[in-house]
Ligand binder design. Structure first.
Ligand SMILES: C[S@@+](CC[C@H](N)C(=O)[O-])C[C@H]1O[C@@H](n2cnc3c(N)ncnc32)[C@H](O)[C@@H]1O
Length: 269
């Protein structure tokens, strides 16, 4: 009996380590397999520790072969609300002669050229975009139309790349929902805006059951969410302007101290 027990103990001493080594090999193999699976999964792009809120949304715009004419036909057409009501939008912006205006996400330059006429010789318009092809087009048009107060600025996906306190008005039309890194982009806008300056945001209404499906999918959030994000970046709503827009809203913000958490204010109408 005693001999049997001793044999069993010896067997355990010999076999157990082999089993443990085999098990640990299997564990590390499956861990490696999981790691390589993870590696194959799409990683969310990150800039300065901010994660993209909508990866890939600007894929077409940053394409070096972007067909600008196609977008001119798409953006500068009466069936697009912000184009149809562009004159009303322009006057609601209350831009003055001599102002320095930043048109963020200038696209085909629809509003850039309108601002250029309003601000005149003493003012300046910065057409800012992440799309090199749109900027080439804007520069070409500015030269052709002898609009000498426009500068195209190729910006980063997370910064508008303007110096501090350099502009009176920041205009963001149909572009806020394209910001992949809204926090850092907003911080750069806050820096660039003069203390008594204004930020104007026009974007799509996103109302379930009313807004069309394409917009619901394309635009990541509605007015209240965007408004909160902008307020958290140090802006306060000055006015929501009702100028006959149905698919879009027009919000005008003023600058407050940076990153001040604000209670939601009543929007003055
Ligand atoms: C739908 S278009 C709007 C163009 C123009 N504002 C208009 O209303 O006709 C959006 C534009 O935003 C630009 N964009 C996207 N992300 C941007 C960013 N982080 N900073 C500057 N421009 C950006 C795109 O390249 C594109 O030109």
């Amino acid at each position: 009996m005693q001999v049997k027990a001793m044999r069993l103990a010896m067997l355990l001493v010999l076999v157990l380590p082999v089993c443990l080594i085999a098990q640990s090999k299997t564990d590390s193999k499956s861990a490696n397999q999981q790691e390589s699976k993870k590696g194959k999964q799409k990683q969310t792009p990150t800039r300065d520790s901010e994660k993209s809120v909508k990866p890939g949304i600007n894929k077409n715009f940053i394409d070096p072969n972007l067909d600008v004419d196609r977008y001119v036909k798409r953006f500068e057409v009466e069936s697009r609300e912000v184009y149809l009501l562009r004159e009303r939008i322009l006057s609601a912006c209350e831009i003055k002669k001599g102002d320095r205006v930043a048109d963020i996400g200038a696209g085909t330059g629809l509003f850039t050229s309108m601002f250029s006429t309003v601000v005149g010789d003493q003012g300046w318009v910065y057409a800012i975009d992440i799309s090199p092809r749109f900027l080439q087009h804007i520069n070409k048009q500015a030269t052709k139309l002898k609009m000498n107060n426009i500068t195209g600025v190729l910006c980063a996906e997370n910064s508008i790349n303007l110096p501090p306190n350099s502009v009176d008005v920041i205009f963001v039309c149909d572009t806020y929902h394209h910001f992949e890194y809204p926090k850092s982009t907003l911080a750069s806008m806050h820096r660039a805006l003069k203390d008594d300056g204004h930020l104007i945001v026009i974007d799509f209404e996103r109302i379930k059951g009313k807004t069309r499906e394409w917009t619901m999918r394309h635009v990541r959030a509605g007015k209240e969410v965007f408004r909160r994000e902008i307020e958290e970046a140090g802006f306060a709503v000055a006015k929501e302007k009702k100028i006959g827009l149905r698919e879009n809203y027009f919000l005008k913000f003023r600058k407050t101290s940076k990153s001040q958490k604000r209670k939601p204010e009543q929007i003055k109408k």
